[in-house]
Design a protein around this ligand. Structure first.
Ligand code: BDP
Length: 654
């Protein structure tokens, strides 16, 4: 069995069965994309693209549609909606080209169900206007980091030898996938903007134009990460002070040049005053001054600045708990609510630390009611197995988007969902072939955070694997893989314990005595970070009720977050009835056993999935088992030696 198309990205194939007739009505760039999709499907699978006469499926752009036109509200606005109905004929109606494209892909996902029985019109609209993937791609290969920072799927699909690739076929496949799952924005370069990448804004702009041209027919706007000190580094000015008129002029001019080349350019992404990046603090200004400087340059053109809230001091004194890194984003940004221009979107990592397998939801999301927010996820699996481990993250994102804060959910509170992408030049795009499910699932959840994660997984499996007998086992293997990963890694929300630098595999004390702010404080008596108001860093006080009190007390704090919020003795009894140390032992043994089971399920799929996929996943499951075993042994041994408490079941721990 060979993959459905050479690169095997899960762009669902449209298969009009037998003599099915399809009509596409309307004009514009995205309507042409839809018509091309139908024409290609008809050529491959039969049926006909018709101009008039009866049709089994009609895709209709209603009114003039503003087809393909972007609006300034953060996406295609109302033109992203579509309605589907069936009364003898299945019809998709949309007021804009993007809506028609999304409606088409909706029908593709429905498959035969779209033609089975009549149904009344159903309206579909995205929950989030902003659905964005950020690429941490560098134009050049970096000696230590590779080309894609935290990339686990080979080199960049965008860049080679310091500029945009000649051959953009792969980018076109990727753009098509993003259009099919409703992603409407993409960030083209690393948030850590090095010297070489800074040139994308200036002399490499014609290259960026080529990328924008490839994404546009799929309804995706491009964005650039920019360095805050660009007026100095690129413009030769003596300062990048956001209140300096010459600095303002520099940004206005640079931005106008970008829009002259790319009229539908999305805007900028900025990491400032974080991990060594320059920012407004150097000039005694705050982050509203910084963000508004860029927002005002972008505003005349309808652009947006994505300003990251990931601001903290990575050179702090680890002994001083008052500088708790978890507090930093809220401390910096909550006081600025109301100070940001309307075209600023504050991009907030989902947790207060850094993309761990388990963190509480960031309190920043509830703290700025007058500011537009986007929540940021990692599709790239930096801390969740680096696309060597199966770790299906859609349930994690779903849990976060459904989390209630102030009577609303995170999904209600934000204007957008952003994630770091996980693709590269790898044959299967994502290193681990099953990591494609995270990319697909991100788009689906960004469109509608009320979708059930297991339904999204079933959708991906159904669209990707042809043999129906493979579907049940795949689901069994994947749907619980995030909790499995959590079981064999850092326990009870304490986080990190990864190898410093590359962040793969265990190193329990790896970051414990460094200045990065990521500690577990394990000693002979207990473990965990006291973030209470009563005796700790006070972080619990950043939450609204009821969470400020729920998290404050170990009695009410959920088990899975206990060590994020509390330093407790090893004998502390969890709600589960187990002691902390016995929980550590049990989950680590269980986690490894689950990986053994996953490998067994996969072995049963030989011959039911494409050979190349089978081999790659089998190899990676062996690595996952090796690594999970290493995690189990290091974590269990560590806690046994610290606590002196033997395993209640007498299993071997050295
Ligand atoms: C951390 C990564 C680092 C990124 C940083 C960020 O280790 O490579 O630059 O996040 O989000 O998780 O800016």
């Amino acid at each position: 069995m060979t993959p459905p198309h050479p690169a095997w990205l899960p762009v669902p194939a449209f298969r009009p069965v037998g003599s099915r007739r399809v009509r596409v009505t309307g004009t514009g760039l995205l309507v042409t994309t839809v018509r091309d999709e139908v024409a290609a499907a008809v050529a491959a699978h039969g049926g006909a693209l018709v101009d008039d006469g009866p049709a089994d499926l009609e895709l209709v752009l209603v009114g003039d549609g503003g087809s393909g036109e972007f609006d300034a509200s953060g996406g295609f606005g109302g033109s992203e909606e579509f309605t589907v109905a069936r009364a003898g004929t299945t019809s998709v109606r949309a007021g804009g080209g993007a809506g028609l494209l999304y409606g088409f892909h909706h029908v593709v996902r429905l498959g035969e169900a779209a033609f089975a029985a009549d149904f009344a019109p159903r309206r579909h609209a995205p929950r989030q206007p902003i659905r964005m993937l950020d690429h941490w791609d560098n134009t050049e290969v970096h000696p230590f980091m590779g080309q894609v920072e935290r990339g686990y799927a080979g080199n960049s699909i965008f860049y080679a030898d310091g500029r945009v690739r000649e051959d953009l076929d792969r980018v076109a496949e990727y753009a098509r996938l993003l259009g099919s799952i409703g992603v409407n924005r993409v960030g083209l370069n690393n948030v850590n903007v090095h010297r070489a990448e800074a040139r994308l804004l200036t002399d490499l702009l014609p290259d960026v134009v080529r990328l924008a041209d490839v994404f546009r027919p799929h309804g995706v706007r491009v964005h650039l990460s920019v360095g805050f000190s660009s007026p100095v580094t690129l413009g030769g000015l003596p300062t990048a002070d956001p209140l300096d008129p010459a600095v303002r002029e520099w940004w206005d001019r640079a931005t106008a040049a970008v829009y002259a080349a790319i009229p539908d350019f999305g805007g900028y992404v900025v990491k400032a005053d974080s991990e060594g990046r320059p920012g407004p603090f150097a000039y005694g200004r705050d982050h509203a001054d910084g963000a508004n400087l860029l927002a005002r340059a972008l505003a005349p053109f309808g652009g947006t600045v994505f300003w990251r809230a990931f601001v903290y001091d990575h050179r702090q004194d680890w002994r001083d708990r008052a500088t708790d890194r978890a507090r930093a984003a809220h401390d910096h940004f909550a006081p600025l609510d109301g100070a940001f221009d309307p075209n600023v979107v504050l991009q907030v990592k989902y947790g207060p630390m850094d993309f761990q397998a388990r963190e509480p939801v960031s309190p920043v999301i509830a703290a700025l009611p007058r500011t537009r927010l986007a929540v940021e996820f990692q599709v790239t699996q930096e801390y969740t197995g680096q696309q060597k481990h199966v770790c299906h993250l859609v349930p994690q994102w779903s849990e976060i988007l459904r989390f209630p804060l102030d009577g609303r959910t995170v999904g209600d509170l934000v204007d957008g969902v952003v994630a770091v992408s996980n693709v590269g030049l790898d044959r299967f795009w994502t290193g681990h072939p099953l990591a494609q499910a995270n990319l697909f699932g991100f788009g689906r959840l960004a469109w509608d955070d009320r979708l059930a994660p297991d339904a999204v997984l079933d959708e991906w499996i159904g669209l990707t694997f042809e043999d129906p007998a493979a579907r049940g086992p795949l689901r069994e293997l994947m749907d619980d893989s995030w909790p499995t990963y959590e079981r064999y890694t850092a326990p009870l929300g304490v986080g990190f314990m990864v190898t410093p630098g590359h962040h793969y595999g265990p190193s329990v004390d790896g970051y414990e005595y460094s200045p990065w702010g990521t500690y577990h404080f394990a000693d002979r008596d207990g473990v965990g970070v006291d973030r209470t108001r009563a005796t700790g860093t006070g972080f619990t006080g950043q939450y609204p009720a009821p969470w400020r009190d729920v998290y404050e007390s170990p009695e009410t704090c959920p088990d899975e977050l206990l060590l994020f919020f509390h330093h407790v003795p090893y004998g502390h009894v969890l709600h589960s009835g187990k002691t902390v140390v016995q929980h550590v032992y049990d989950t680590h043994f269980e986690g490894v056993e689950e990986v053994v089971r996953m490998a067994r399920v996969w072995a049963g799929l030989e011959g039911r999935v494409p050979d190349g996929v089978f081999g790659r996943v089998a190899e990676l499951l062996a690595e996952q088992l090796r690594c999970a075993t290493e995690w189990r042994d290091q974590v269990n041994t560590y806690f046994f030696r610290k606590s002196g408490v033997p395993d209640a079941h007498g299993r071997t721990i050295h």
